[in-house]
Design a binder for this molecule. Structure first.
Ligand code: NOJ
Length: 564
């Protein structure tokens, strides 16, 4: 172990750690696309470290890093070959330690991504299982099964991969003959672990401790709803087939048995100081099922994907906000709002398109409209009680890149889905920092490479171009995050009260016992509305001029007000 590792940094526990996560704003860094220090076209850990002051100044509390572990990159790092090694494309373990330490010194917490549902087919256990053939005990750590049909030529059940095609792949025996099948809910290069096996449980306890010992403040848990499958791996049959947001998750997801694992992990987090947390990526069918992941003895946050999937329409927004707060109340967990991440079309592009197209959209739509709504949606999200996530680049108002040529695409879902789905590359294009042409400061090489091409039109969207421009989306995020920190009523966990409003408009207030109230007005319609002026205007997503008694609020805008 290197000297650096031996001197691993303590967590950010020098600061008071009182439920920091309940209202934290957490920024997702997608390491491939954030900042490229070595100029090879692929973002890396030293690049992230160099840009941490930007994140501190933006005003976020914590940073979640998508996977940077050793991986053949069949699914952009969500196929992990070794959970304790940093992939050379991203740097070294020392670089990770330096990053964690630098973040803590700036007052930022660090969450890393844990991928426990599956590993890479290059993981040592899986390779051993293949090498040793059907009699191998290691196979019990995965879901190996004989096939159906006369010669085992049919998959063991009818499950489908989330990325398209069957969820089973047939292996070859060591002698080259056709062998057993193994389960992969995602790509064939991502075999699912069998979480009923004690060795799997022990291994992940050890992996958690490895990263906790290095000082990370928590984990975003990939496919948190998938670890336990229904006993006997029954056919889906009449169940809606693996529909992530359907009403019935079927036998593959959201099984009750998964919660025992999180109760176990809760005790591990509690062994460490500094309030380390677990965040569930659980596409559970309902908000109530989502709340199960954040019971007091389980994980701390669960992404609100129902909110992410809600169209820019007043009543659905009101329903999902109120439904979320209602669902979280009995378990005492904060709502965890999110509008964008590396798996969905950015909200500036979703809202540029008609509602009902889902979260993977190929069309650019009406960009100006999309950005106006995205800014309004962001101010709405940041005004809600609980924690909020920001996906890198949304603070620049980036749209999805919808016209990537097929030959540069890397999303495995794109290829498995025969081009019908899997447009995740569009939200993963390296972000623009400065300059007038690609790579826009992503690296400092003149005309340097980037693993996905950046559009010619992104100069105006760079951090440099937007800094200091009061109308820019970046400055809107900076102001909003500063106000969110400062306004006393924005701290409460469950202090939202809906106020009467015209059709298509959301008005709510947040109050505190000993300070001014905060009010938020959201015009979700496509026409200006006249509203009673509820207080002093703090900021708005577009031009709002407050009158003494009434204010005309333009289409698709959010305004923040205070009674002080
Ligand atoms: C969810 C991750 O966010 C996504 O990027 C990945 O493809 C799947 N889980 C499988 O790990």
């Amino acid at each position: 172990m290197s000297q650096l590792l031996a001197a691993a940094h303590p967590p950010a526990s020098s600061r008071p750690a009182t439920d920091w996560w309940r209202e934290a704003v957490i920024y997702q860094v997608y390491p491939r696309s954030f900042a490229d220090a070595d100029g090879d076209g692929m973002g890396d850990l030293p690049g992230i470290t160099s840009r941490l002051p930007y994140l501190r100044d933006l005003g976020v509390d914590a940073v979640w890093l998508s996977p940077f572990y050793a991986s053949p990159q069949a699914d952009a790092g969500y196929d992990v070959a070794d959970y304790r090694v940093v992939d050379p494309m991203f740097g070294t373990l020392d670089d990770a330690v330096v990053l964690i330490g630098a973040a803590h010194r700036l007052g930022l917490r660090i969450l890393v991504d844990l991928v426990p549902n599956h590993c890479s087919d290059q993981h040592a256990w899986f390779q051993q299982a293949l090498r040793e053939g059907p009699a191998s005990r290691i196979r019990e750590r995965f879901h190996f099964r004989d096939g159906k049909g006369k010669h085992g030529e049919l998959p063991p059940n009818d499950w489908e991969s989330v990325f398209g095609g069957p969820a089973w792949t047939r292996t070859k025996n060591p002698d080259g003959t056709p062998g057993q099948w193994y389960l992969h809910l995602f790509a064939p290069q991502q075999p699912d672990f069998n979480w009923k096996h004690l060795a799997v449980r022990d291994e992940f306890r050890s992996i958690l401790r490895f990263w906790l010992d290095l000082g990370v403040d928590g984990f975003r848990i990939d496919v948190a709803h998938g670890l336990v499958k229904a006993d006997g791996l029954p056919d889906l049959g009449d169940h809606e087939r693996l529909k992530l947001l359907g009403n019935d998750a079927g036998p593959c997801f959201d099984q009750d048995g998964v919660h025992e694992i999180y109760r176990d992990w809760h005790t591990i987090f509690a062994e460490y100081d500094g309030e380390r947390i677990g965040v569930a990526e659980a596409w559970a069918p309902t908000l109530e099922r989502t709340a199960n992941y954040v019971r007091p003895d389980e994980l701390h946050q669960a992404f609100n994907f129902q909110y992410l999937a809600t169209a820019w329409q007043a009543q659905p927004l009101r329903d999902v906000i109120e439904g979320t707060l209602r669902a979280m109340r009995p378990v005492g967990a904060p709502a965890t709002w999110v509008l964008s991440n590396h798996d969905v079309t950015r909200h500036a592009t979703r809202f540029a398109n008609p509602p009902g197209l889902g979260t993977q959209i190929r069309e650019a739509g009406d960009r100006e409209l999309g950005l106006r709504r995205a800014r309004a949606a962001t101010l709405l999200m940041l005004a809600l009680p609980g924690s909020a996530y920001i996906y890198q680049g949304e603070e620049l108002g980036l749209p999805d890149v919808t016209d990537l040529p097929d030959e540069v695409r890397q999303d495995p879902a794109y290829f498995r889905g025969a081009g019908q789905d899997g447009f995740r590359d569009g939200c993963r294009v390296p972000i623009p920092w400065s300059g007038t042409r690609a790579p826009y400061g992503f690296n400092s090489v003149e005309d340097g490479p980037s693993w996905l091409p950046q559009p010619d039109t992104w100069a105006a969207l760079s951090v440099e171009a937007q800094t200091g421009d009061p109308d820019s989306t970046l400055e809107m995020y900076r102001s909003a995050l500063a106000l969110r920190r400062d306004h006393p009523a924005l701290g409460g966990a469950d202090n939202l009260r809906r106020l009467p409003s015209p059709d298509g408009v959301l008005v709510f207030e947040r109050t505190t016992d000993d300070g001014p109230a905060f009010l938020c007005t959201v015009n979700v319609t496509d026409a200006p509305v006249t509203l009673p002026t509820p207080g002093r205007l703090l900021m708005a997503s577009d031009r709002v001029t407050a009158g003494d008694t009434h204010t005309v609020q333009p289409a698709d805008t959010t305004a923040w007000w205070t009674t002080a």
